[in-house]
Design a protein around this ligand. Structure first.
Ligand SMILES: [Zn+2]
Length: 394
């Protein structure tokens, strides 16, 4: 008897699952190919026109989809087209940085509806950071009069090694965090599902969805700042590797006899590029506290500063070539403090890439870009990650 019951419920479960999958398929098609007609949806999915009409009816009633008239270019006839209502699904994106917490509410197109920034004390505890996030979220929802039932979840992007499946920060040098259960703790405080990921990975996702790499099939994003890293988006998906550490290019070995890296190995790529390494070298000559001071010395043609930065730019071009040779992406996006705060180096990097370091067969295979979303990239990408993880059409 028990067995029969179980069989019946499994069958019902399978049917529900199929219906849910069909609904998500139609939703995704409207999201990606809008404006689109019911007939095109039927054609592209192989579903019957009746099924498509039923699903579109449900999505319209739930407030996800809207109809509008479009005059077809050929015969001037009106056609009824479908598109998403921009604010039908929302999510919250949070960027936690050493000095800053940014929080924003983002719609299905990755557009930021409202955002806030809070100055963070580098030494503050995990509790303090989480309670700041909760307060920022409450203030935002209240001041904007947002319908909190439309919020699919929260995404958090931060620097460091992140176990994205379990929502844990394994280790973050910048934040000084080790084995922190961010997802679970933030969920307990807010009631929302929480996704956590490495900042470069979500930044790449954001640039892929609505930034410099929109329409790209294989996007590589490189970050040069307090660390050196890369992230890869293949066919819209973040490439993670076995433990979400794919792209940690800063710790590839360039010279086994080179300078010590903070990771404990000698001669890692990042020892030629990162802020702390550049300042360490600069201070062998004279007292230099910031990158800005180092660049000032370079602008006044102090030879040691010219050479130090030229060496860093050479290694940036080498990084671009190495990523191209390994992944063969169609777009390479350069990002990070060094690139964003000192745009004067961009032309020099391009010259080094295209005249010297990029392997010749690959020179015409990609375009070199800079981030289009700037400081909002991590926040937007984290929010988009939460939408894909937690959006349910129930
Ligand atoms: Zn290293």
């Amino acid at each position: 008897m028990k067995k029969i019951n179980r069989g019946v419920s499994m069958k019902k479960h399978d049917q529900d699952f199929m219906r849910q999958q069909n609904k998500i398929t139609v939703y995704e098609l409207i999201k990606n190919d809008s404006p689109i007609s019911r007939a095109s949806i039927a054609k592209k999915t192989g579903m019957s026109p009746t099924t498509v009409s039923r699903i579109v009816g449900e999505l319209t009633n739930q407030g996800y989809v809207a109809e509008f008239e479009q005059i077809s270019s050929g015969l001037g006839r009106k056609a009824t087209m479908l598109g998403l209502k921009g604010n039908s699904v929302l999510s919250v994106g949070v960027e936690i940085d050493k000095h800053r917490i940014s929080l924003g509410v983002v719609d299905v197109n990755g557009a930021v509806m409202v955002s806030k920034v809070h100055h963070r004390i580098p030494e503050e505890s995990v509790e303090m950071t989480l309670s700041t996030i909760v307060r920022m979220l409450q203030e935002t929802v209240e001041s904007e009069g947002l319908d909190s039932s439309r919020i699919a979840g929260i995404g958090v992007g931060l620097p460091g090694i992140v176990d994205n499946e379990n929502g844990q920060v394994v280790f973050s040098v910048q934040l000084g965090w080790r084995n922190v259960d961010i997802a679970q703790r933030l969920k307990a405080l807010t009631g929302y599902e929480v996704a956590v990921d490495n900042e470069l990975k979500v930044k790449a996702l954001a640039e892929h969805v609505r930034g410099a790499a929109a329409g790209s099939k294989r996007t590589a994003l490189l970050g040069f700042g307090t660390g050196v890293g890369s992230a890869l988006i293949i066919e819209g998906e973040i490439y993670r590797g076995e433990s979400n550490s794919a792209g940690e290019i800063g710790h590839t070995t360039i010279d086994p006899n080179g300078a010590m890296c903070e990771c404990g190995k000698a001669g890692c790529l990042q020892t030629y590029i990162i802020t702390s390494a550049l300042l360490l070298e600069a201070n062998k000559i004279r007292k230099v506290d910031t990158l800005e001071e180092l660049f000032e010395a370079r602008r006044s043609k102090e030879m040691w500063a010219v050479q130090l930065i030229e060496r860093a730019l050479t290694y940036i071009a080498i990084t671009v070539n190495n990523v191209l040779c390994v992944y063969n992406p169609d777009i390479v996006i350069l990002s990070g403090e060094l690139i964003e705060n000192f745009p004067e180096i961009r032309q020099e990097i391009e010259d080094l890439c295209f005249n010297r370091f990029v392997w010749e067969p690959l020179r015409d295979s990609f375009s070199l870009q800079y981030t289009a979303l700037g400081e909002d990239g991590v926040m937007i990408g984290s929010a988009l990650l939460a939408q894909t993880r937690f959006f349910s059409l129930e």
